[in-house]
Design a protein around this ligand. Structure first.
Ligand SMILES: [Zn+2]
Length: 75
């Protein structure tokens, strides 16, 4: 993954929404009482993967590659 906590340089588990700031679990809990504003890095990656997988599966079902490629680019 290669993302490091900006506080202690450990491997980051969390990221603040809409910022490039990464935190490990410990520092995230220390600095943020509410982890709701943090994004779990792994979950985010997983969600993106699922999203792309769905798009690809839709391609196969619809059998129309061009249109789906365009809609992916717009995102
Ligand atoms: Zn840390």
């Amino acid at each position: 993954m290669g993302k490091k906590c900006i506080v202690c340089d450990a491997e980051a588990d969390y990221k603040i929404k809409d910022t490039p700031d990464y935190y490990c679990k410990e520092c995230a809990q220390e600095n943020f009482a509410d982890l709701g504003m943090l994004v779990n890095v792994e979950e985010e990656a997983q969600r993106l993967k699922e999203f792309l997988k769905e798009k690809i599966e839709q391609n196969i079902v619809e059998g129309d590659g061009d249109e789906s490629v365009n809609s992916l680019r717009q995102d």
